[in-house]
Design a protein around this ligand. Structure first.
Ligand SMILES: Cc1cc2nc3c(=O)[nH]c(=O)nc-3n(C[C@H](O)[C@H](O)[C@H](O)COP(=O)(O)O)c2cc1C
Length: 160
């Protein structure tokens, strides 16, 4: 088997955008994590997926709530990407956000957001793939935050 460090290093060569996947816990508190393992799955019906580590503190709430929101981050939100990539319970405190149509926390200033109902979960290795049916989606203007080889970056010549 390929060593984990080498696997991570090679995968880092796949440039991605950055999202925050969020939901609310049993107590109604918003919770979420930074995730780049997000992709579209189907146009009809509109489906997306995200892969969540079983060690993630947000994972139980994501499973139990059965819905999740995706906030696509801009270059102005790099600090939020770092914040949501830590394990702490107060990640949303002081972070401007609002409740979406499905009652899910959405970050203000995101480049785009989607609200999803989880229609399938697949346990694969140490992650679970959550497949979400998109109930609401909206895009805004801004520059996408990129992640490549462990560093944040931006498009050159981006057209916000
Ligand atoms: C750019 C970036 C992308 C990430 N992508 C994912 C991902 O797709 N899935 C995942 O489970 N964790 C991902 N992580 C790691 C989580 O954000 C990190 O483990 C976080 O602490 C989880 O928070 P939680 O334990 O409060 O849920 C990523 C981190 C960074 C910085």
């Amino acid at each position: 088997m390929i060593p984990a460090d080498e696997f991570r290093r090679v995968l880092g060569h796949f440039a991605t955008g950055v999202t925050v996947i969020s939901t609310t816990g049993e107590d109604g508190r918003p919770t979420g994590l930074t995730a780049s393992a997000f992709t579209s799955v189907s146009l009809d019906p509109p489906l997306v997926l995200v892969c969540v580590d079983h060690e993630s503190q947000s994972y139980p709430a994501l499973l139990e709530r059965g819905r999740f929101a995706v906030s696509v981050l801009t270059t102005a939100q790099e600090d939020l990407s770092r914040r949501f990539a830590t394990t702490r319970l107060d990640k949303f405190d002081g972070v401007p956000h609002r409740s979406g149509t499905l009652g899910l926390p959405i970050l203000d200033g995101a480049l785009a957001h989607l609200e999803c109902v989880t229609v399938a979960t697949h346990v694969e290795g140490d992650h679970t793939i959550l497949v979400g049916r998109v109930e609401h989606a909206r895009s805004d203007s801004g520059e996408p935050l990129l992640y490549y080889r462990g560093r944040y970056g931006r498009l050159s010549g981006a057209n916000p």
